[in-house]
Design a protein around this ligand. Structure first.
Ligand SMILES: Cc1cc2nc3c(=O)[nH]c(=O)nc-3n(C[C@H](O)[C@H](O)[C@H](O)COP(=O)(O)O)c2cc1C
Length: 348
């Protein structure tokens, strides 16, 4: 399967990242020839609808949205996306068949992100038009199988286009993904480390300074395997016992409520939906409620030492902050050079 059904100039996806994949970043990456996804899983219903409107006003290029199908207001966001001709919808945990059917009936591309073979098979059964397959190197919530192993096994088992994610940053990666049989690549961390990314300077510096050894997975932050930069705060969380974790999580609970318009009932509803699919302890469940505020501390407020920084391992080998246009142009010229080089080697 080699069709870039998203309709972008290049088969490169800028993935959704909470508080990072804003209308401005999505417009910049889409204008540069990639396909951008707006991060709406961290927005309220009204914020999400306004973000879609704003992106449509900033670019004529196609773009997508990412949300949790269990989040408060999901159906209204989906209806608004259909109305505003959003090209694609990305989701991961707890997909809702009714919403997938509705989207497909309106010709919106359903493209979930999966991190395990069984989830890829299930996603295709539920009607996905394409997949983003993310290996464990990927930033944010992630699985345990490396990209190099997961990609091949998924490609052997599904019949829909696959975009490879987890550890991509350049044209060699694009060439490798295509050699595997993927349509293209999807990148989060690389787009977060661009000029147009809204992440404050101090936090971008923390990403530039991180080494691959600093970027690891912990389950203790929000109960799910989450790849983050291990700053002192996350090291403390990762080393915590159940009681200290519980106390740490309670400490920021109040802050979260202040920052969110969601009611306690809505938060509880989201928890219950998560609990259905994932085995969270009580401390981890509370930590999960606080995790948005802790991530915001780094990604929005610019205080990297006190917050959490979701990151792909790839941040450890990235040392620049190009514009999206520069980034895409370099990736495409590296890709073209790689292909030429391989053709020459084959001819000899
Ligand atoms: C800062 C950050 C925030 C993220 N937030 C989200 C999110 O809100 N929703 C989502 O589906 N994935 C999220 N992710 C995962 C990315 O969309 C993407 O799948 C991942 O970064 C790909 O791996 P890479 O970082 O190696 O490119 C996030 C990743 C990062 C680095």
């Amino acid at each position: 399967m080699s069709e870039n059904i998203l309709g972008s100039k290049y088969p490169i996806i800028q993935t959704a990242m909470g508080w990072v994949a804003t209308p401005e970043l999505v417009a910049a990456s889409s204008k540069a020839g990639a396909f951008g996804f707006l991060a709406l899983a961290t927005a309220t219903k009204d914020e999400a609808i306004n973000m879609i409107k704003k992106t449509s006003a900033l670019t004529d290029m196609p773009f997508g949205i990412n949300l949790h199908m269990f989040q408060p207001g999901a159906e209204e966001i989906i209806d608004a996306a259909i109305k505003m001709n959003v090209r694609a919808v990305s989701y991961s945990r707890s997909p809702v068949q009714k919403f997938i059917k509705k989207l497909k009936a309106s010709n919106v591309i359903c493209i979930p992100t999966v991190g395990a073979l069984k989830h890829a098979i299930k996603a295709e059964e539920l009607g996905a038009d394409a997949l983003v397959v993310q290996g464990s190197e990927g930033g944010g919530h992630t699985g345990s199988t490396p990209t190099t192993l997961l990609l091949g096994s998924v490609l052997n088992c599904v019949n829909i286009p696959v975009y490879a994610a987890g550890g991509f940053k350049d044209g060699s990666g694009l060439a490798a993904a295509k050699a595997w049989g993927a349509v293209g690549i999807a990148m989060g961390t690389r787009f977060m480390m661009t000029e147009e990314s809204p992440v404050p300077k101090k936090t971008k510096e923390a990403y530039l300074n991180a080494t691959t050894e600093d970027i690891k997975i912990t389950r203790k932050f929000d109960g799910l395997p989450h790849r983050l930069i291990f700053n002192d705060f996350i090291k403390k969380v990762d080393n915590s016992n159940p009681i200290s974790l519980f106390l740490m999580s309670l400490k920021s609970a109040l802050k979260y409520k202040k920052m969110s318009e969601a009611s306690y009932f809505d938060i509880l509803k989201s928890f219950l939906a998560m609990l259905k699919g994932d085995d969270l302890t009580i401390s981890q469940t509370i930590m999960s409620a606080n995790s948005p505020a802790i991530i915001q501390t780094a990604m929005v407020d610019g205080m990297p030492a006190n917050g959490a920084m979701p990151s792909g391992t790839v941040a450890g080998v990235i040392d620049d902050l190009p514009t999206c246009e520069n980034l895409i142009n370099v990736i495409i010229s590296q890709y073209n050079m790689k292909i030429k080089q391989m053709e020459l080697e084959n001819a000899n």
